[in-house]
Design a protein around this ligand. Sequence first.
Ligand SMILES: Nc1ncnc2c1ncn2[C@@H]1O[C@H](COP(=O)(O)OP(=O)(O)OP(=O)(O)O)[C@@H](O)[C@H]1O
Ligand SMILES: [Mg+2]
Length: 469
Amino acid sequence: MKAKEYLAILQKTSEVLGEAIHIVDAEGRTIVYNDAMARLEKISVEDVLGKPFREVFPHIPQEESTLYRALAKGEASASEPQTYLNVYGKAITTVNSTVPVEVDGKIIAAIEVAKDITEIKNMSDTILGLQEESLVSAGKVDSKKELKPAIKRYTFDSLIGTTSEFAKAIGIARKASGTDASVFIYGETGTGKELFAQSIHYDGSRKNNPFLAQNCAALPAALLEGILFGTSKGGFTGAVDRAGLFEQANGGTLLLDEISAMPYELQSKLLRVLQEDYIRRVGGSSDIPVDVRIIATVNERPEKLIERGTLRKDLYYRLNIVNINIPPLRERKEDIPLLAEIFLKNHNVRYGKELWMISDRALKKLDEYDYPGNVRELENIIMSAVSLADNEHVLNEKDVNTGSGYHQPPQRISDFHENESSLSQYMERIEKTVIRRHLLDNEGNVSKTAKELGMLRQNLQYKIKKYDL
Ligand SMILES: Nc1ncnc2c1ncn2[C@@H]1O[C@H](COP(=O)(O)OP(=O)(O)OP(=O)(O)O)[C@@H](O)[C@H]1O
Ligand SMILES: [Mg+2]
């Protein structure tokens, strides 16, 4: 078979596969380039096929190009995010896997398979932008030292519980707040990990600096690195210069939720950062000193996670300087009456009711339940009981609905909801949440809110109508 025929077969195969594929020969000339790749790079197949790769993509410095590295050095790379400009100057972010093809010890070609994550990347930029923005707007000052984060602040006063295991956890946390040591918290969902983390921060010397949180399971692995460490224009003309959470939380505390969801390599990068106290932005070349206290959480036993290979042992030991175990609610049922009473008081106010007490039978019912969603679930049960109760002063057994199953934890705005099938649905929910939050802060003042959000008043009004806010 002639070379030309082989190429035709390859080209067709790549089209049938549907993945975006780009193959260059030893000279860096494109020999296969399919429609999927053309769509991704917003360029036509004819513009690339048969041409020297460097001529078509002059913006990409050689040493940054995975195809070039595969050809010149025989380097394979897997799932590397790359941002670059296409011929029309449009920034595109892809996750690439690139392999050299070797025959008789000579590299004769390089193959690249790419996934377009431009939209996901824009989303992560949006999330970082929102974090930044909420810090600045909450601080209402531009001096970095005086920034106040916009998240709800919890202190040790918010932590309710008297059973010995729980009291022990609080004791350790109180001690930890007086130091700068990393903290590792283990507790099931809804046991109060965030409350502990915030209490430690706001009771310590970092309290006037930012407290930021990131759930490591909520973002695609390829983007987490950029979120944490920031991105730099560096070699890529298309990448934006942006500080990551480490820089944004400088002087303060960074809560890393579900740390075991972080990709294994990134865990070792994090370990290095913790040992050396500086970060390097993705694509950047300078070391930036950071001073950030880390609080990490997991909702499964760390030993199990290490055994399963999702949590690095070395990182665990580095973080586990202070170790806090929060017992699940079913193991401290003595705390239920106290917690229920406090939630009753709080939600009374919220619903304009005057419920004074919880009946013994209602308490018994609360005691018999297992609470897979822990304290958060108990709070939800009391909240719905308060809103439904028809007796004026007593919360009765029939108001307490423990049978409705697991009350799902509320999701952070950065988490995908299961029913969100498209990015635009997701973005709309973020937009709605942010607008509502700012409107509430400004007591419904549209002009002020529009100014804060940097949008036109008319535009904001349109959104308020659209989202029915
Ligand atoms: N000890 C406690 N005292 C009072 N309220 C509590 C306590 N623990 C949890 N809560 C309530 O439960 C809610 C959930 O707590 P938190 O967000 O800290 O849980 P979490 O462990 O971080 O859960 P997840 O793993 O789902 O993120 C809090 O908003 C708070 O209202
Ligand atoms: Mg949490």
